[in-house]
Design a protein around this ligand. Structure first.
Ligand SMILES: O=CC(=O)O
Length: 338
């Protein structure tokens, strides 16, 4: 007896084939950290370009009419070349807070919405920013190395660090993350001021329109802004000189916001006091000069990766994709000039 293939008889595989497709250009780091299954949904199906033997443009052209959204991550560019191959795409979701890998003007031109990691990482990144500042001020990692190398008994105490409380700290970029850093530093007794694209009406911290002036009035700068044409190398020689030889810098934004070559020279010449860095210009290749500097604390772009936040991230990503596919408001839509 023949079997009729009605909708209700569809195999699970056939049903999956009918689902709207979300394309992945690269596996997001979160997949290996908390498992790809955390991002699964019965409302869409992932299409992985990296599982195919086809060249990227051929793969995208082949599936162009079923791909409705892109799931991207930091470092996997979503550029005009890719978008033009995918005329049905209406949403780019990224697992990162930063959006410097997404061609935002091109998305706008094509009416494509963008959703990022929203607030899910803000606490973790702020914690790490303050951790790096405490580490570089109090020489936590450097004195750990000193003890492990057996130098305490031979040479005596490691040089003292500097107190966090009372420090004048300048937040560069008072978005979600910058605001969380500010709250934490206030709780530690620091004096907080900031630079941002615009003065924020909801805070009373002093605002500096000019980042050089902020640096001149601070003991530490904490870089919390996103990377854009405007902020690339915003922390340059004049800003570092304004910060001065007693000044510290922490970067949890993007490496390219600081002119790293200038920062290295300033550190080598003692023109700034130290740095705590989670991000670098040429990741994962870090300038070797840093390795010999005891006044620099290095971290491998890990500020966001706690399992707790990644779990929240997976819910946000799935929520954004499902909302988009059912014409509902996105959970963390990126709006220009926030
Ligand atoms: O750097 C990490 C992010 O932007 O989420």
């Amino acid at each position: 007896m023949g079997v009729s293939n009605t909708d209700s008889d569809k195999t699970q595989e056939e049903e999956q084939q009918d689902l709207p497709k979300v394309v992945l250009l690269r596996p997001p780091p979160a997949f290996s950290l908390i498992g790809e299954e955390s991002f699964a949904s019965n409302k869409f199906q992932f299409l992985k370009t990296y599982d195919s033997q086809l060249p990227l443009d051929q793969f995208l052209s082949t599936h162009s009419h079923s791909i409705k959204a892109i799931l991207s991550s930091a470092g996997a560019p979503v550029n005009a070349d890719i978008l033009q191959l995918l005329p049905e795409v209406g949403l780019v979701v990224t697992t990162s807070a930063g959006l410097n890998h997404v061609d935002i003007p091109e998305c706008r031109r094509r009416g494509i919405k963008i959703a990022n990691a929203g607030h899910v990482y803000s606490d973790d990144v702020a914690d790490l920013a303050v951790g790096l500042l405490i580490d570089v001020l109090r020489k936590v990692s450097a004195s750990d190395r000193y003890v492990r190398q057996g130098l305490w008994a031979d040479k005596g105490n490691y040089p003292h660090g500097s107190k966090l409380g009372g420090k004048r700290t300048g937040i560069v970029g008072l978005g979600n993350i910058g605001y969380e850093v500010a709250k934490r530093l206030e709780a530690f007794g620091c004096v907080v001021s900031y630079n941002s694209r615009k003065k924020k009406p909801y805070v009373s911290y002093p605002f500096y329109h000019n980042v050089c002036e902020l640096a001149a009035n601070c003991d530490a700068l904490i870089i919390c802004c996103g990377l854009s044409d405007e902020t690339r190398h915003m922390i340059n020689k004049p800003v570092l000189s304004a910060l001065g030889k007693e000044g510290f810098i922490v970067n949890i934004g993007r490496g390219d916001i600081i002119d790293e070559k200038e920062m290295v020279s300033c550190l080598m010449r003692g023109e700034i006091a130290g740095a705590g860095l989670d991000v670098f210009e040429n990741e994962p290749n870090v300038r070797k000069e840093f390795f010999a500097m005891d006044n620099v604390v290095l971290s491998p772009h890990r500020a966001v990766f706690t399992p707790e936040s990644l779990k929240d991230l997976s819910q946000l990503v799935v929520g954004n994709l499902e909302a988009f596919l059912s014409n509902k408001p996105l959970l963390s839509e990126y709006v220009d000039n926030e």
